[in-house]
Design a protein around this ligand. Sequence first.
Ligand SMILES: [Zn+2]
Length: 320
Amino acid sequence: MRLYGKDSLKARLDSIAAQHRLPHAILLYGERGTGKRVMANYIAKLFMCGAPPCDSCNTCSRIDANAHPDIIFVREKCGGKYNLSVDNKELVSMRKVMESIAIKPNDGEIKVYIFEDCDDMSPIIQNTLLKTIEEPAPFLRFIFTCENTQSILETIRSRVTEFEVPAPTVDDCTRCLVDRGEPADKSHELAEIMSGNIGKCIDVLSGAGDTAFMEAARKAAAAISRKDGFTAAAALSANTGRPEFAAVLGYLSDILRDALAVRCGASATSFGKTEAKALAEVYTEDRLMSMLDTIFEVSDDAIYNLNLSLTAAYITSKML
Ligand SMILES: [Zn+2]
């Protein structure tokens, strides 16, 4: 298992594990695409194989193949989400998962529950986990992952040990893509566009993270910096369909956040660097913040259920 750009975190975890002090509940946090899942699998190896893991035993091979019966990816068991309230099927699946927690491991001595992307985990569900984390059976280990620790209840945070998953550099990311069989020049170019975010690069290469949506967001951002509301609205609604619209808005908010960073003296790092710099030259921090608010408002709001071109027009009218 190769970890890209994770040397310091790996060394730290290896040393803690070698002293048999690896905590039974761990929270990994870091930006989407930085490798939290790979890191969670690595920690599972530390729990189940040893420090450092051998990478060749039956346990390690099954973890690499995503096929270990005692490593449970809870979010997948819950149909991809666990953010809804009582009486819904996600909570029911969560209960089923929690009931299985009392059952001993299929093989070996350890069972690892991995709760990925806890940012949208509802407080009700977080609370149901509290007791389990606090007084676990000796064979249980828990790994949580999230982008932002603020979304996790204090009561949970006080019971887990937090580790930040560092973002890979462009070079780390390029190496990873080359190792996956991509041509070197293409890998470097993509790694640069994505500022080293391996997950986002893999999404693009697999067709999941569409370059079309990023292009639309860049076009909209450029139009906003020129105060051209018509072109901005057209770019936002060029891709039909609600998930596509949401993806473009997501990418636009990445560029706006980047523009804010530039205003605050940092350098632009997103795939829309040029557009972010242009926005930063035209708008103040306050204006950029209120543009981000508009995007959040639309994403949360009922207006989102209206016609998409109207929504795009509404967004640009509020921004400009
Ligand atoms: Zn091993």
